[in-house]
Design a protein around this ligand. Sequence first.
Ligand code: AHR
Length: 324
Amino acid sequence: MTNISTRFNFFTLAVALLGAALLTGCAREKKDERIVLGFSQIGAESEWRTANTESIKSAAATSNIDLRFADAQQKQENQIKAIRSFIAQKVDVIAFSPVVETGWDTVLQEVKAAGIPVILTDRAVTSDPSLYVGFIGSDFVEEGRKAGRWVIEQFKDQAGDVNIVELQGTVGSAPANDRKKGFEEIISARPNFKVIRSQSGDFTRTKGKEQMEAILKSETRKIHVLYAHNDDMAIGAIQAIEEAGRKPGSEIKIVSIDAVKGAFEAMIAGKLNVTIECNPLLGPQLMTSVTEVVAGRPIPKRIVVDEAVFTMDTAKQHIQQRKY
Ligand code: AHR
């Protein structure tokens, strides 16, 4: 009887020790494991987006974060699929740049139910803020205001109408909605400043060119200003204006947003008047936030990026220092 009991105790102790050893091993293994980040990118629609992707990939590599990157080719359904696949892969954190503002509630609820924290980058959503831990990106309304202020300043002495053509970004996207809103907020104080045409060029050069071609063909009123929600659409529109035998930058003043290298080249060539900076280099801040969240520390709900305004006159001075 005693023998059986002694053997039983040895067995129990051996199992307990083995269990403890396994647990310690697992804990160490977990500690050494890399953080897994699932990131759903919108696509590659602009020079800005290419710089943003590059920033995220290189910051993940230097932070030793295992990045699972998915390109949605500008389709919300592809982003939703990617997010569901990140849930299935049990990643540590999910980050994404939402192509449009609405339609995320269901998938964000699914991520919440899986216990995975979400960080938004670049663009906002209209969903309940409790569905994500933080949002890193620009103040798009302020960018629109800056564009509006520049236009008012340029034409402040003009007594008659100032006719403005607007090329909007992707329909339903936060930057298109907010840049329109900010611009209108400023120019609405001056009734002679009129947006006479407003079309979406989907943030691409090709569509910016197509839309501008159509506008130039059908518009009989003088166009004083082109306001493009990004540099790529402005660059496409510049081609259309030149092909129509008109002079971008002088006959039609052009203001756009992003401050990518292509915009600096257009400003140096005298074809673009001003670009409002929108910083795509969000990778390092995203990786810091991911690390903090995984460590269980809180991150700011909103991280806004500092940005400048660059004009034609100073473009040459700045182009060498531009990182994108
Ligand atoms: O969301 C940021 C915007 O998206 C950039 O202004 C634009 O170029 C991009 O495609």
